[in-house]
Write a protein that binds this ligand. Structure first.
Ligand SMILES: Cc1cc2nc3c(=O)[nH]c(=O)nc-3n(C[C@H](O)[C@H](O)[C@H](O)COP(=O)(O)O)c2cc1C
Length: 293
């Protein structure tokens, strides 16, 4: 086979790095349907388990419908404040001024196309695996769409709230899709009020393990606890890749400064046993409002 010419990778990496979650958009902007179709077409080309293409995409560009979808998400944000206290919440002008909102629906019927167990004792294992294949397929499509948005000079976010049953029921009634399908991602599209080119990312030397897992790169349980309870809202919204560029870096990070910014958060290389990871384990300044469960 003849070699294909390499793609201009600098542009490609630029699109990946500039894709940003934006929740505030410039008013008075519009975009033609052809651009929206190019964006959704990126989703269509995503890989999926067994090529099941277990998705549909609804592009909402009608202003009345966009506002109706926004209202559902305002309720979802209010619900988060009440039902999931401590999670960074979003403001009242949330999702105004989009040029379109794209909903990525997952269609669970297609899970039967993934590997199925031949004996009851393997049922759970394959059920979990089917779910993972389904969700990863949807994630690939949503990411392709988000990259398509960036390549068009627009910006977006990924709202997972449509995947909550109560919100999904409202969206399905509003948009007419079967209630057993689910809006795993709702993607507001617009022009950002301010450009945010960067966001906190772990250093490559901490994330990438050569050939086998390197225990020195392991993040201890307490580091997860610290992120969740103390720095999460800043790491989610600040326009900096490197935490050391935060003006209050030392104050916010304290004893964790090195672990979050260096290659080896766990220099001793000792791994820990599994614990109960199903719920937050500590409270801190970022979660003090969390209701006791
Ligand atoms: C599966 C998933 C669910 C997310 N859900 C939400 C959400 O419901 N609301 C929101 O504002 N952002 C949501 N996000 C966006 C993340 O907060 C965001 O990707 C992260 O803070 C990193 O910022 P960046 O996308 O600008 O790099 C979600 C992202 C993913 C991948």
């Amino acid at each position: 086979m003849k070699n294909k010419p390499p793609l201009p990778c600098a542009d490609f990496a630029g699109v990946i790095q500039q894709r940003r979650s934006t929740r505030k958009f410039e008013p008075g902007r519009a975009v033609e349907r052809a651009a929206l179709d190019r964006i959704v077409d990126c989703g269509r080309w995503a890989p999926s388990g067994a090529n099941s293409q277990c998705w549909d995409f609804i592009t909402v560009d009608d202003p009345g419908m966009r506002e109706a979808v926004r209202q559902v998400f305002l309720k979802q944000a209010a619900r988060l404040l009440e039902h999931a206290r401590g999670f960074p919440a979003v403001g009242k002008d949330y999702l105004k001024n989009t040029v379109a909102i794209i909903l990525a629906l997952g269609d669970p019927r297609w899970k039967v196309c993934f590997p199925q167990p031949t004996r009851p004792e393997w049922e759970q294992e394959y059920k979990d695996n089917n779910e993972a294949i389904f969700l990863c397929s949807l994630g690939a499509a949503v990411q392709n769409i988000q990259l398509g948005v960036t390549a068009e000079g627009l910006t977006s976010a990924w709202l997972s709230g449509g995947g909550e049953d109560s919100i999904n029921r409202e969206l399905s009634a509003l948009l007419g899709y079967p209630p057993w399908m689910k809006a795993y991602a709702t993607i507001p599209v617009g022009y950002p009020v301010k450009s945010q080119d960067r966001r906190y990312r772990r250093p490559l030397d901490q994330v990438r393990h050569w050939n086998r897992y390197q225990p020195a790169q392991y993040r201890p349980h307490a580091m997860v606890d610290f992120y969740e309870s103390t720095i999460r809202p800043f790491a989610m919204y600040r326009d900096r890749e490197d935490l050391r560029d935060w003006p209050d870096f030392r104050k916010r990070l304290g004893d964790w400064a090195e672990a979050f910014t260096a290659a080896h958060p766990n220099p001793g290389g000792k791994l820990e046993a599994e614990a109960d990871f199903s719920r937050p384990r500590t409270a801190g300044p970022a979660t003090k409002a969390r209701r006791r469960r």
